[in-house]
Design a protein around this ligand. Structure first.
Ligand code: C2E
Ligand code: MG
Ligand code: MG
Length: 658
């Protein structure tokens, strides 16, 4: 066998011809066979239709003792091939055996392909045999395959990495196998599992490769749909968490691109499910999927992690702002109300953005799971800050979370080692300045004995539920103090603050009655301060607790009035006795006449409703006077005394008789 370039220059000779023809490399075929002189060009068109058999006298270099030599000329992938029929042509006696073997090879179900052993470099080992199964599978005729190389079966989706690995194995004369995407003559792809082994001649030289092949497209399709199932969400068909991580990891492996994750979570989706049922919830999620998808570009991926949690993977991000712009567009897609039957509802979404990927220096090295965690955390922060918004992850957020984790531990320790204490702020009659009572305000003593103010730990205590045991301690402590005052004939009343959680989930009324039994206190001296959120949510348990408290003689005060949704009309329906006007109004009253007008209105309405009024945060004599002019007679503030321990100088002076 000889291989030549397209214009007939000898490039390669096989092992059997090598000893005699090695020196002809680089020479022209027509120098070997002068009969071919000037003919090669003209042969090309007919070679396109298949090999050409020629009978020519042997060249001087190849004396065989015969008159003529059979040559077969064919096209290869890169030029021309010339097979020289050697002496070991099949003898007449062998013919029946050869026919038997041919029939046998054509009846096996596996596809068989035989190539020469060499060359492994371009054009590659030439095909010398293919059985019927292979021809059926590939759609080629035998004469179209002979002289070509198996490269012919590869196509646009064939994985070059797989074939390269295969080639490396061949070079080691190994027995490689691979599963590769092949293409039929018509360009139809099919999955081919093939195993290859070298064949040696009597002298031990490898002469051929035999490849046994099987079409495994069906199995692959099954596996793929299985993989699809594992990686996608059944309701929406979107990638699920694993599918997202898969794509994200792939995207992160392209180190040159910046990307972003946008974590989206519907606000109050649970209410939709609870109120309209799960079928409505599902319908809404499908519609949401549609709306989000219309906003996305083709290179973005929308995934659903479960429930109402969706994540958008934004690839090829040009500028960080683009991620925010996209997030805003996603959010805007919810603006249109949803229709379910006759119902119409408008929903909002909280979103967290985390930036990652190659270019930006600081963001590199963040893996898929971490990026998702950051986006999730950021979304959660948006929720905690009042929902319906977008934020971008910052390291500070993690610090904040860490702080709240360590605050939680501090709270647990404080509960275990009774490290809470109460400060008491006097409440006074604004006219006379006489003390009429006190508000108990909780403090936490940290490990170093430093006092921590409630703003720093109450929110964490509320989130973690630790507020309930903490307030149980406050209750016991405060009632001890109140009982002590009552025993001394001190008519002061005492106010404590109670969180919505305690009212909604706890057993405040029962706890209070138990404390009363323990201390013998008269509960008429106690005021419980609550915030509006309790009343807004119309929680049955909270109302039960409030009603039971009032029945036991406890006064209920609405704290921080004016900071929430306060509606005056609505006040009349609430189970309260007292309203505390928030200090923000008192502070502004001096400067802003409209604020004074508002406070005047409040005071008048409260009085008409029979509610007592307390002004918070009085710091100046002018404020005290202004409040008196408006008809408000009770107040508290730094002007009269800061929250202080009972055994400190403030209360020592106040408790002095006279
Ligand atoms: P609050 O119930 O509205 O308590 C009044 C807050 O205003 C107190 O802050 C008090 O120190 C401050 N204050 C009083 N007079 C003035 C003044 O003239 N000027 C200024 N600038 N501030 C004044 P504190 O002690 O830091 O408590 C903050 C909040 O923590 C309380 O607001 C209350 O909502 C909450 N809190 C305190 N103890 C408890 C508790 O046992 N349970 C619950 N759930 N919340 C508590
Ligand atoms: Mg209060
Ligand atoms: Mg207040």
């Amino acid at each position: 066998m000889l291989l030549a370039s397209r214009d007939g220059l000898v490039e390669w000779v096989d092992r059997t011809l090598e000893p005699r023809l090695a020196g002809w490399r680089g020479a022209s075929l027509s120098d070997l066979w002068p009969d071919l002189h000037g003919q090669l060009e003209g042969l090309h068109p007919s070679l396109e239709h298949g090999p050409l058999d020629l009978h020519l006298p042997p060249p001087a270099a190849l004396t065989t003792g015969e008159e003529t030599l059979s040559l077969r000329l064919f096209l290869t992938d890169t030029g021309l091939g010339v097979a020289v029929r050697g002496q070991n042509a099949i003898s007449e006696g062998d013919r029946p055996l050869v026919e038997l073997l041919t029939t046998l090879l054509n009846t096996v179900e596996d596809a068989l392909l035989v190539t020469l052993a060499e060359p492994l470099d371009l054009p590659g080992p030439l095909i010398v045999y293919a059985n019927q199964t292979l021809l059926r599978q590939s759609g080629y005729r035998l004469d179209e395959l002979l002289g070509r190389t198996p490269r012919l079966f590869q196509g646009p989706q064939t994985d070059p990495e797989v074939t390269r690995r295969f080639g490396r194995e061949l070079r080691r004369w190994g027995r490689p196998s691979m599963e590769v995407l092949n293409y039929t003559r018509e360009g139809q792809p099919y999955w081919n599992e093939l195993k290859v082994a070298p064949l040696a001649d009597g002298a031990g030289w490898f002469t051929h490769w035999v490849s046994v092949q099987r079409d495994v497209s069906e199995r692959r399709a099954g596996e793929q749909s299985l993989a699809q199932q594992v990686l996608s969400d059944p309701l929406t068909g979107l990638p699920n968490r694993r599918g997202l991580i898969d794509r994200l990891e792939r995207a992160l492996s392209h180190e040159t691109q910046d990307l972003a994750l946008i974590f989206c979570d519907l606000d109050r989706f649970k209410e939709v499910n609870d109120r309209y049922g799960h079928a409505a919830g599902d319908a809404l999620l499908l519609e949401l999927t549609n709306r989000l998808q219309t906003v996305l570009r083709s290179q973005d991926t929308l995934a659903r992690l479960g429930g109402d949690e969706f994540v958008v993977l934004v690839e090829q991000l040009h500028a960080d702002e683009d991620a925010l712009t996209l997030a805003e567009r996603l959010r805007a897609s919810l603006a249109e109300p949803w229709h379910y039957g006759d119902e119409e509802l408008t929903l909002s979404m909280s979103m967290g953005v985390a930036l990652g990927g190659g270019r930006g220096g600081g963001r590199g090295g963040v893996n898929a799971e971490e990026l998702l965690r950051r986006a999730d955390l950021t979304m959660y922060q948006v929720k905690a800050a009042g929902r319906n918004g977008v934020a971008v992850y910052t390291v500070a957020m993690d610090q904040q979370v860490q702080q709240s984790v360590s605050m939680r531990q501090q709270l647990e320790q404080a509960l275990r080692h009774s490290r809470f204490l109460l400060h008491y702020q006097p409440m006074v009659n604004l006219e006379s300045g006489a003390v009429v009572g006190a508000e108990a305000l909780v403090r936490l003593q940290d490990g170093d004995g430093q006092l921590v103010q409630p703003d720093a730990f109450i929110p964490v205590a509320e989130r973690t539920g630790l507020i309930v045991p903490m307030e149980r301690w406050v209750l016991a402590e405060a009632l001890d103090v109140l009982a002590g005052w009552q025993r001394q004939g001190q008519p002061w009343h005492l106010a404590i603050n109670v969180s919505p959680q305690h009212l909604e989930r706890g057993h405040l009324a029962e706890e209070l009655l138990a404390e009363q039994a323990r201390t013998g206190v008269d509960l008429a001296g106690l005021t419980v301060e609550i915030t509006e959120t309790v009343l807004l949510q119309a929680h049955a348990r909270a109302h039960h607790n409030l009603t039971a408290l009032r029945a036991a003689g406890v006064s209920i005060a609405l704290d921080d009035f004016g900071t929430g949704y306060s509606s005056l009309a609505w006040l009349s329906q609430l189970p309260i006795d007292q309203v505390k006007i928030d200090q923000s109004y008192i502070r502004q009253m001096d400067q802003d006449p409209r604020c004074a007008t508002l406070v005047r209105g409040f005071v008048r309405v409260f009085q008409e409703l029979g509610l007592r009024v307390v002004a918070e945060g009085i710091e100046t004599v002018a404020q005290r006077q202004a409040l008196l002019d408006l008809g408000c007679v009770t107040g508290q503030g730094y002007l009269f005394g800061r929250p202080s321990p009972l055994h400190g100088p403030l209360w020592a002076s106040l408790a002095m008789p006279g």
